[in-house]
Write a protein that binds this ligand. Structure first.
Ligand code: ADP
Length: 189
């Protein structure tokens, strides 16, 4: 099964991707995680991506397309995968389509910006510790939300036209949202 999790930053894509991955036994692939690992390792891709990420801007499409194609060619993706945080632009979606990848479900996590802002401020002081992610600063979160609405939300129409868009309202508790997502996947899968 090939899936995409769409949703604003802070919508809980990573959390839900982990649950689905465990339930369905397919890998969850996050371009954000791949990029953060590249930064840690100090690779040329990581160095290039860092400036964009710190400001809450999107990393250029050609960088992302290269990363994701390479990752999807690995053997653990043969039976399917969940994409978390990619595609994020129409150009990225078109590149995946041009590579012959057909998605079964694109689950769009629907959540209000105000709820996200509230959650992110909670994340900042988690356990009294300061943020570990520089892009979780309120100004940057606002910027990432604006980028989401401008660049990524049009993907809903893109996948609706292909008959694979499944919006899921955020239910509050993680488990309730997971249950709603899994019900969709099992019903149609
Ligand atoms: P979030 O969904 O909370 O924004 P991610 O870990 O998915 O977190 O992404 C963090 C940052 O990494 C983004 O703000 C962006 O700079 C970069 N990034 C991740 N995935 C992509 C992508 N598909 N296209 C462009 N930039 C990306």
């Amino acid at each position: 099964m090939k899936l995409i999790l769409l949703g604003a930053p802070g919508a809980g894509k990573g959390t839900q991707a982990a649950v689905i991955s465990r339930e369905l036994g397919i890998p969850a692939i996050s371009t954000g995680n791949i990029l953060r690992a590249a930064i840690q390792e100090g690779t040329p891709t990581g160095m290039k991506a860092k400036t964009y990420m710190d400001e809450g801007h999107l990393v250029p499409d050609e960088v992302i397309i290269g990363i994701i194609k390479e990752r999807l060619a690995e053997p653990d993706c043969a039976k399917g995968f969940i994409l978390d945080g990619v595609p994020r632009t129409i150009a990225q979606a078109e590149a995946l389509e041009a590579a012959g990848i057909k998605f079964d479900h694109v689950v769009s996590l629907e959540i209000a910006d105000a709820t996200i802002m509230e959650r992110m401020s909670g994340r900042r002081v988690c356990g009294g510790e300061l943020v570990t992610r520089k892009d979780d600063k309120p100004e940057t979160v606002k910027n990432r939300l604006a980028v989401y609405h401008r660049e990524t939300e049009p993907l809903k129409d893109f996948y609706r036209e292909r008959g694979v868009l499944y919006p899921v309202e955020d239910m509050g508790p993680v488990e309730a949202t997971s249950k709603a997502i899994l019900a969709i996947l099992r019903q149609d899968g």
